[in-house]
Design a protein around this ligand. Sequence first.
Ligand code: HEM
Length: 431
Amino acid sequence: MSRCGFVRELTSWLSGGADPDSFPYLPVTAEFHRTGKHFVGKEFLALLDETRAHVAARATGAGPADSGPVRLLRDFLDVALDKWDGRYDYRSYLALCLLGLPCGDGGGSVAAWAATRQGRDRIFVHLVADALAFELAAAAGTAELLPEQRPGPALVAKRHRLGVRAVSPALSRLGLTVDDPQPAAAAAALHALVAADRSAAEERAVRLSMLPVYLSHDEYLFIRVLQAYECVFAGLADELRATIDAIDAGRAVAAAERLGYARDQLASAAPLFSLLASMQPESFRTFRAYTEGASAIQSRSYKLMESLCRTPEGSRLDSAAYRSVPELRDRVRAGGPSVDAALRAAVRDGRLAGADRALVELRMREFAATVLHWRRTHHRLAVRMLGERPGTGYTEGTPYLAEVRSIPVFTAVAADPDPAAPSEPSGGCPE
Ligand code: HEM
């Protein structure tokens, strides 16, 4: 669609009643994809800004402001206009509000929990499958999106293999399998499986949550891997909340199950790092010139996960790590619950002892070892991609990650040493 086409679509939508249900999402996203979010013309952004004001005014005047289509449109416009507003950050870059990540509140029935876990598995699979579908389309020459710095066939085959491996555990929990030994055929089978099974809302969430800042092919992979990890962290936070409740209620087996599930989630997502390690460092350096201000240091779900394990020390709460998530920092400072505190209280009060206590502590050590392993792998990947450069979250970069990678996950139990951990940091690929 031409530039004029985009303006025509939008103005005719505005003059035709501006029904949020029929907002021209496709031409709007196409305009963003044509240049990358960083380079979208000011006149288009001004028009979108006007549209947003119009939507807000209408929502206040008539009907519920938070109804599905209105809310979706407002969230989308907020994501699209983040740079224009000067609000651009990690959450808006990844369009997290559009992904619809389910959130378990720690309570609810067994069936509700199973549904929450299943919802997360579905989103995780959809995100990774979409990344692989983009690789397939680009390799076949049918993708126009992000045309610069296309990867070669060997790299693409590697991505297919690692992506399919990353989704396999979630896929089998959903009762689905992809077992073609050929990486490209397996990726294509995964895409077909997902396309046949996905609802219209799920499909839209995937489509609208891809607004890269530039035109480098590998930014697609970068965004999807970060989103998939966000899905994992949100799940870990849910499981840890439920662990705390179970310990408080003296249900050791339930607490151990939650911790074991969380450990498995994080461990089985590990191929995502290998997948991201296939990113071409020069591509990464190209598009990151336009991601300044968006860093995973602003990830709420990661910090929530960390602070649900134990209350961070004052120095950590005062560092860039928690200053980047101010509302969460305030909540932690006001005294939030943690697994560490729940365990100490349960042991002190005689609610957790003997074999039950040993079981919960074992699962805590295993979970801690998996988190420490994640941090070491993340640090190695950052060294490989970033070298000496500072981070986009205004830290000095990898020295920050080297410093924080060994912060204890729990203090009530010590983590078992990770047998896979290198004794020295290395710049190698996290394969
Ligand atoms: C090319 C790959 C990556 C590089 C170069 C990289 C680099 C960095 C750097 C330099 C920081 C320090 C903060 C800053 O100044 O930006 C950071 C923090 C962080 N990154 Fe990454 N990262 C990468 C991939 C990922 C992925 C895939 C995730 C998964 C969500 C992730 C999650 C995090 C988290 C949670 C933090 C905050 C850690 C803390 O504050 O303790 N990163 N990253």
